[in-house]
Design a protein around this ligand. Structure first.
Ligand SMILES: Cc1ncc(COP(=O)(O)O)c(C=O)c1O
Length: 373
């Protein structure tokens, strides 16, 4: 059967087309131009910070953040094992060691307690991830980092617009990064952004992004830099997208509410775990996700296969734990991460997915989960 419901798709329903044409007509198609500046201002405004830098993608944004925070070879960074590989790789690009920690079974994110337990004298910082648009315990983690004199980097690739007690995710740490890949809440095709709180470090990040060139003196490159810049065309798409951010977030929250209502019976029957509702935590439900309570990876794969084959519903498994990947394999056991990774599923979540369609998807999920129990 053909796939009728994709896991995600970009919806460019605002001024994106008009801005892109304008960028092309203006001749500013490369990494300078008004749209880039406007897009950067809009992200900074949303984050309630002074300045944000665009980047070529979320991975280069993470690399820039780690470098700007001064991460060096030999140091350690505490990273949740349940994340996308880019979080760990950015640490490794700097020659440092990601130290993987388990996640909480309720929030699906690394808790301050797990992070504290992994602390060593070589810990330079913590890379906290707000997974699948669900906020992590960032206030407690920020406090822990402050107490220990370490930095905090928030990977908000999947959580643009999430809030913790009214404060935007990404505004707690010493730095924060975002991704605007095609499947994200808002997209620029490929794209990312980085916020660095300290102005001197931010200038350093800006230099690193632009081949290490001095910000006042052209072709003077006092440091080894990179070309991690976004284009003005991507910035034009980004501006059109971010103007519609509230709409896209409202859509995702409507979709999540409908899924949660329709899948609630499975939760009551103890067959499915839904995202936790935690007071003060406003998730964005980048991808609405749920976790089977038993059966292992094999049952999860069977359910996913039948959803695609018999109902045309595309789904995604949760990430493979970082500590299972060849370059990071340590042989250690992180039981919560391993459980969630083997039982978690991401469901179709995109602007415009209609309530009746969600009902249809949930009926299929309910049928397969019950039959395979
Ligand atoms: C948690 C997390 N961090 C980082 C990234 C990297 O972003 P990008 O794909 O834009 O490089 C992603 C992207 O999928 C992500 O999910």
């Amino acid at each position: 059967m053909n796939i009728r419901f994709q896991v995600s798709k970009p919806v460019l329903c605002g001024n994106e087309r008009r801005y892109v044409i304008d960028a092309i007509d203006s001749g500013w198609i490369s990494s300078n131009g008004a749209y880039l500046q406007k897009f950067e201002h809009a992200i900074a405004k949303m984050l309630q910070v002074d300045e944000c830098l665009s980047a070529s993608n979320g991975t280069t944004a993470l690399h820039l953040a780690c470098l700007a925070l001064g991460l060096r070879a030999g140091e350690e960074v505490i990273v949740p094992s349940l994340t996308y590989v880019a979080s760990a790789n950015a640490v490794r690009y700097c020659g440092a060691t990601p130290v993987f920690v388990d996640c909480d079974l309720k929030t699906w994110n690394a808790s301050a307690e797990f992070i504290e337990r992994a602390w060593t004298p070589r810990t330079a910082g913590v890379l906290a991830v707000h997974l699948y648009g669900l906020p992590t315990d960032v206030a407690q983690i920020a406090e822990l980092c402050r107490d220990r004199g370490a930095w905090l980097l928030e990977d908000c690739a999947e959580s643009l617009g999430a809030k913790v007690f009214g404060r935007p995710a990404g505004s707690f740490g010493d730095a924060a990064t975002f991704s605007f890949y095609g499947n994200k809440t808002i997209s620029t095709g490929e794209g990312g952004a980085v916020h660095v709180r300290d102005p001197a470090r931010r200038r350093h990040a800006k230099m690193l992004r632009g081949q290490g060139m001095d910000l006042e003196r052209r072709y003077w490159h006092p440091i080894l830099g990179y070309n991690y810049r976004m284009t003005n065309i991507a910035g034009a798409i980004g501006l059109g997208q971010i103007e519609m951010l509230d709409f896209h977030l409202a859509e995702r929250r409507r979709i999540a509410k409908r899924y949660a209502e329709r899948l609630h019976p499975l939760e009551v029957e103890g067959l499915l775990q839904l995202p936790a509702q935690i007071a003060g935590y406003e998730g964005t439900y980048w991808l609405f996700s749920a976790v089977l309570t038993a059966g292992g990876e094999k049952r999860r794969e069977t359910i996913m296969r039948y959803l695609a084959r018999d109902y045309g519903i595309e789904t995604r498994p949760f990430f493979v734990p970082m500590h299972h990947l060849p370059m990071y394999a340590s042989g250690e056991k992180l039981p919560n991460t391993e459980f969630l990774s083997a039982h978690g599923i991401n469901f179709p979540t995109y602007t415009g997915l209609r309530d009746e369609e969600i009902d249809e998807i949930c009926a299929a999920i309910t049928d397969l989960v019950r039959r395979s129990a």
